[in-house]
Design a protein around this ligand. Structure first.
Ligand SMILES: [Zn+2]
Length: 449
């Protein structure tokens, strides 16, 4: 892996509030070797990147998505949650491993183009065990850092039989994925109940924590996304909320990430804090599906670790985390009717440091510090929509756009330089995705919901 020196950058290290300085970063062997202010000393790097007029910051962390869903953008819109979910789950009957591969690769490339260097793929539809393997193959080919969260469903009215699994069968399949990718540098794993309790039995929930601990992996779950899920735990399990319900199975924990957490009480926020659980806030998806507003300000006040996610493109339309950052900021301001309720730094922190911590990568990425892996992005600020710069944190959150991302480096490898992809031929990739999508749409249109 070649050494890289990035010079003339406005650096946002994300190590402390408001800190920014002009300087350089030297990358050696995939790690950040040196971060300095001012002009760069004369290094003998193999590659120099001049970041004049741009910000150098940690790559963004998309803490919750379903990559293949880029093939399902705008397919089912304007539906209430349950009819929408019925279609999303029902799609399992049409989805084949090749759809997962092409869709996931396209999703990864969209992520790279929007400055994401780490994704957490919450994998929940497995009509064929190969679907998970093909998703992982696409992620690895993209060069992104990733957490593959292979979740399990064993019950549920809207879950097609082809994607329900007996816990012991699912655990065996997950073990085979873990064995195949053991020691992969940019890839770690999680498991989890997909959306408890509507598609998981108590018997499965009892086993999940044990399985995660035995294998040294974390837990990812959709938690309290809608009021209907909370109603379900109240009526069927006699608990006041989903977090409280999950606590009896030991699901909350320092290596657990709960996507959404929209309908959680103050008491449940306290449980999240006590157990060290993280939350992935997915504001665009929550707005698109009409779920409600997650109590992000309250969670931050209680020092719960909050990350940001796009969620799948079926409920977001994109994998653009800049879009998500701006939405996260505006949604809390309008919800609280208070413009000062959340700061741009808080939002950017969720999209970097918070995401890394939530995915067990706090010591690996999320900040620009010597010793961490070099997951870095260069964002052009010499643009009509960003100039002049008065508050760089606010302007990254509120002005910058995915298309402003010039250069993306993951683990010291340049995946995009001056908006040119290094590993992939974008034209060919798009053609492949369109071809596969024609087949998928024919199969989806034959389904009856
Ligand atoms: Zn999701």
């Amino acid at each position: 892996m070649g050494d890289i020196t990035i010079t003339n950058a406005l650096i946002l290290p994300m190590t402390e509030e408001k800190k920014s300085f002009n300087g350089y970063v030297r990358v050696e062997g995939g790690a950040i070797a040196e971060v300095g202010a001012g002009a760069s000393p004369q290094f003998r790097s193999e590659q120099f990147i001049d970041a004049a007029g741009a910000v150098l910051m940690p790559g963004l962390v998309n803490a919750h998505t379903h990559l293949y869903q880029v093939l399902l953008r705008a397919v089912w819109e304007d539906l209430p949650l349950m009819p929408w979910l019925k279609r999303i789950y029902g799609a399992a009957q049409a989805l084949r491993p090749e759809h997962f591969y092409a869709g996931s690769l396209l999703g990864c490339i969209e992520a790279i183009r929007s400055g994401v260097t780490t994704v957490c793929e919450h994998n929940f539809l497995n009509p064929d065990p190969q679907c998970a393997f093909e998703t992982v193959r696409a992620i690895r080919e993209s060069g992104l850092r990733a957490v593959f969260a292979r979740t399990i469903m064993d019950t549920g009215e809207i879950v097609p039989e082809c994607t329900k699994e007996k816990p012991e069968v699912a655990f065996g399949r997950i073990e085979s994925i873990l064995a195949q990718h053991k020691g992969s540098e940019n890839l770690t794993f999680m498991t989890g109940p997909n959306t408890p309790p509507i598609n998981t039995t108590p018997a499965l929930l009892k086993e999940i924590r044990r399985f995660a601990d035995v294998n040294g992996i974390g837990i990812s779950a959709h938690v309290a996304e809608s009021k209907s899920v909370v109603e379900c735990v109240r009526q069927q399990h006699g608990k006041k909320g989903v977090v409280e319900f999950l606590q009896q199975f030991g699901i909350p924990g320092h290596n657990s990430i709960f996507a959404h957490s929209v309908h959680v009480s103050e008491d449940e926020i306290a449980i999240l804090k006590e157990t060290g659980s993280s939350v992935s806030h997915n504001p665009v998806s929550n707005m698109m599906l009409g779920d409600g507003v997650a109590p992000v300000v309250e969670m931050l006040r209680q020092e719960v670790n909050v990350a940001l996610g796009t969620d799948g493109a079926a409920s977001n339309h994109s994998q653009d985390l800049f879009d998500t950052m701006k939405s996260a900021s505006l949604l809390q301001k309008v919800h609280h009717q208070n413009a000062g309720v959340i700061k741009p730094y808080d939002v950017l922190r969720m999209a970097t440091v918070g995401g890394a911590k939530a995915l067990g990568l706090g010591s690996v990425c999320g900040t620009i510090e010597a010793g961490k892996r070099a997951d870095l992005i260069v964002v052009d600020l010499e643009t009509i929509h960003a100039q002049p710069i008065n508050d760089v944190y606010s302007q990254i959150v509120h002005c910058a756009k995915a298309a402003d991302v010039q250069t993306v480096i993951v683990n010291g490898e340049v995946l995009m330089k001056d908006r040119e992809l290094a590993r992939h031929d974008e034209g060919r990739l798009l053609a492949d995705a369109r071809r596969v999508n024609i087949d998928l749409m024919q199969r989806v249109n034959a389904l009856v919901f």
